[in-house]
Design a protein around this ligand. Structure first.
Ligand SMILES: Cc1cc2nc3c(=O)[nH]c(=O)nc-3n(C[C@H](O)[C@H](O)[C@H](O)COP(=O)(O)O)c2cc1C
Length: 189
């Protein structure tokens, strides 16, 4: 019997109206979808439109006063694994993404997370990814060892679709392999 597909949420961590995350996330979601083992849900933080954290109780209580938090909680809860599509802003991750992480706690726990970072410059946003890892671990996510960093993003999305440079498709495949393996491994308390 085939195992059920892994519910993979591909989350764009930028909310800019012209964000390069959109074409990149569409490409990544299609790559994952093609493999047949993932049920892919694209998540655009601009559409989720969370305010700055406005819950009176800590996320760890799971007590949510606001409908936007309950909706975000249900969406994150429904994932088995995440792929974060992450730009680098001034050497770090984006504020809207950190805010979206801080809104929840239990919903992230024990779930594998892969990073697909990007930037205009030559680093491909790898420093933002490195900065994010301890944040993901603080809420109990399990970051994959492998990650993808895409430099020169402006030139790669100029047509409105992402043109993958050589090697990037294979790098993403390695992250997806790890996500699948981790998602199928029961977490021991
Ligand atoms: C606020 C801001 C800060 C940025 N800082 C950097 C940076 O430190 N290094 C870099 O290579 N590119 C930097 N860039 C360029 C981004 O990597 C590039 O514009 C990318 O497309 C931004 O992601 P977005 O389109 O999803 O907003 C910055 C862009 C913005 C908007």
């Amino acid at each position: 019997m085939n195992p059920r597909p892994i519910r993979l949420h591909v989350i764009s961590a930028s909310v800019r109206p012209t964000s390069a995350a959109r074409p990149l996330a569409r490409w990544a979601a299609a790559q994952a979808d093609e493999q047949g083992r993932f049920e892919v849900t694209p998540v655009d933080l601009a559409e989720i439109a969370l305010p700055f954290l406005d819950e009176p109780e800590y996320a760890s209580t799971g007590i949510y006063a606001h409908p936007h938090t309950r909706a975000w909680s249900a969406l994150v809860d429904s994932a088995d694994a995440f792929l974060f599509v992450l730009p680098m802003y001034n050497g770090g991750f984006t504020a809207p993404f950190k805010n979206a992480v801080d809104f929840l706690y239990r919903e992230w726990q024990g779930k594998p997370a892969g990073l697909l970072s990007y930037s205009d410059g030559g680093s491909g946003g790898a420093p933002a990814g490195r900065m994010l890892r301890p944040v993901l671990q603080a809420v109990g996510m399990v970051p994959t060892g492998a990650s993808v960093a895409v430099p020169g993003i402006a030139g790669l999305v100029a047509t409105g679709a992402f043109r993958a440079p050589e090697g990037v498709t294979d790098e993403l495949a390695a992250v997806l392999d790890e996500l699948a393996a981790l998602a199928r491994t029961p977490v021991c308390a």
